[in-house]
Design a protein around this ligand. Structure first.
Ligand code: SF4
Length: 473
């Protein structure tokens, strides 16, 4: 299995080495993106992915020397100060933080402080590479609804704004002022290290408890050494919570907290639901606007990334926000220029209407990126997305999920989709299923015959129409 990539850690894919540049909170500057585009052009195959976690991946880097990569990324401020921490800075934030009018607090400074705090806690290198954090300033995006291990969610309290600690999406009674919230998140990650995985032996359980207890001398060092020899650890709170009660974790947490915190009663409210946005939004405290446009499937190349950078320079102030829903936002746009910006972005192939948010079309790497496929699944998914966009009536079908998979592994989407297109073994086209997952397609719901790549958008639209009609009362 390919290792989790980082800015200086390559994952070896079919189209060559890939790096992942983490951008906590999705905040990035035009000059930084120019460096990324130049890297992709000069050393890679020109392809860049905008990921589901608002990071960037540069693909096909067959010609790069690590020293040149480090110099380029470091010079652009795209590397953490502590390079070891790079693969552990999985911090999600609202791309609208500090810009949208409805938030309780601008979460940007808390995201920065958390990033710094993680880099100051080398023990967290033992965390699983996918251990993730989310910081939510209380804005309308509801970013805390994204899957996470540790969440910090702003709320009002009698003493001012407090960040409440969430674990695997569940609110705890632990709260802290904005200045102390990052320390609370770090404490939760350290605490998680001290718990055993479901399949750990009693010896492993004991070693973890000793190795990651809050205080201790030589015994901690010895236990950590033994665990390092034993290999990777599974300490994602998302997994732990399946076999360790939340109360057991919070009972242990207090011992790890070395910053002031409060215990505030948890009031169960409505379930949080991610609310993505696109298009022109009013910007807080000014007459300026924030413009978001969709990048279909998150697929970019050096040329398109450079085009985005130009737009950010020309219409905004060279600042951008990348979102986990594949929308790129350009802030600080004068209201009278919004329409022109939308037209230019649309002409460049970016999607500027709500279709993008209503129809969830995904694809695995396909023939270009994986040996398991012979068809260009992302291109075919893109054609589906464009077919819906061309009709401009996506709201009628929402929500609708469509997945195009090169084989039954379903790497890019393991769950069920409303419509699934699965490449045939002989690559002559697709089998199309309804309400299926690639791993276990529902044979009885298969559309008759083989659907060619050319006919796929039309067939899928017809199925969507049928499903919509069936769902009507
Ligand atoms: S689903 Fe199959 S073809 Fe697609 S990326 Fe995974 S292994 Fe490759």
């Amino acid at each position: 299995m390919a290792q989790t990539p980082g800015a200086l850690y390559f994952s070896h894919m079919r189209d060559g080495p890939l790096i992942r540049i983490r951008l906590p909170g999705g905040r990035v500057r035009a000059d930084q993106l120019r460096v990324v585009a130049a890297l992709a052009q000069r050393f890679g195959n020109g392809r860049i992915d905008l990921t589901n976690l608002a990071n960037l991946q540069v693909r096909g880097l067959r010609r790069v020397r690590p020293a040149a990569l480090k110099a380029a990324l470091g010079g652009a401020g795209l590397l953490p100060r502590a390079v070891w921490a790079d693969r552990f800075r999985n911090i999600q934030g609202d791309p609208l933080a500090g810009l949208a009018g409805d938030e309780l607090i601008d979460a940007g400074p808390v995201i920065d402080a958390l990033d710094k705090a993680l880099q100051g806690a080398p023990v967290l290198e033992a965390c699983h590479n996918k251990f993730s954090y989310v910081v939510d300033g209380g804005g309308c995006s509801n970013i805390a609804a994204l899957p996470h291990d540790v969440g910090l969610v702003a709320q009002e309290s009698a003493r001012g704004i407090r960040f409440r600690l969430y674990m695997a999406g569940v609110p705890t009674s632990f709260c802290a002022a904005p200045d102390h919230a990052p320390a609370m998140a770090v404490a939760a990650a350290k605490m998680a290290l001290s718990f055993p995985d479901r399949k750990d032996t009693p010896l492993m359980t004991f070693l973890k408890r000793v190795a990651y207890r809050p205080q201790g001398g030589g015994s901690r060092v010895l236990a950590r050494g033994a665990l390092a020899l034993a290999g990777a650890q599974e300490n994602r709170i998302r997994r732990l919570i399946r076999h360790i009660p939340l109360e057991a974790m919070t009972a242990r947490l207090a011992g790890y907290l070395d910053a002031p915190f409060e215990r505030l009663e948890v009031k169960m409210g409505q379930e949080r639901k991610l609310t993505p946005s696109i298009g022109a939004l009013a910007q807080k405290g000014s007459d300026l606007m924030l413009c978001g446009f969709g990048v279909p499937l998150g697929r970019l190349d050096a040329g398109r990334l450079t085009a985005i950078v130009r737009l950010a320079d020309e219409y905004g102030k060279g600042e951008l926000r990348l979102s986990p829903w594949h929308v790129v936002f350009i802030p600080h746009v004068e209201a009278q220029r919004v329409q022109e910006l939308r037209q230019v972005a649309g002409a460049l192939g970016f999607i500027i209407d709500e279709t993008f948010l209503h129809i969830d079309v995904s694809a695995c790497s396909g023939a270009g990126g994986c040996r398991g496929a012979k068809l260009a699944t992302p291109d075919h998914a893109l054609a589906i997305m464009q077919a819906f966009a061309a009709h401009g009536d996506s709201r009628r079908f929402a929500p609708l999920s469509v997945h195009v998979s090169g084989c039954p592994k379903g790497c890019a989407h393991r769950g069920r989709s409303d419509i699934l297109a699965l490449e045939r073994e002989d690559a002559s086209g697709y089998y199309v299923y309804e309400h299926s997952a690639a791993l276990a397609p529902q044979k009885h719901s298969r559309v008759e015959g083989t659907i060619s790549a050319k006919d796929l958008p039309q067939v899928i639209r017809e199925l969507a129409e049928k499903q919509r009609a069936q769902s009507e009362p």
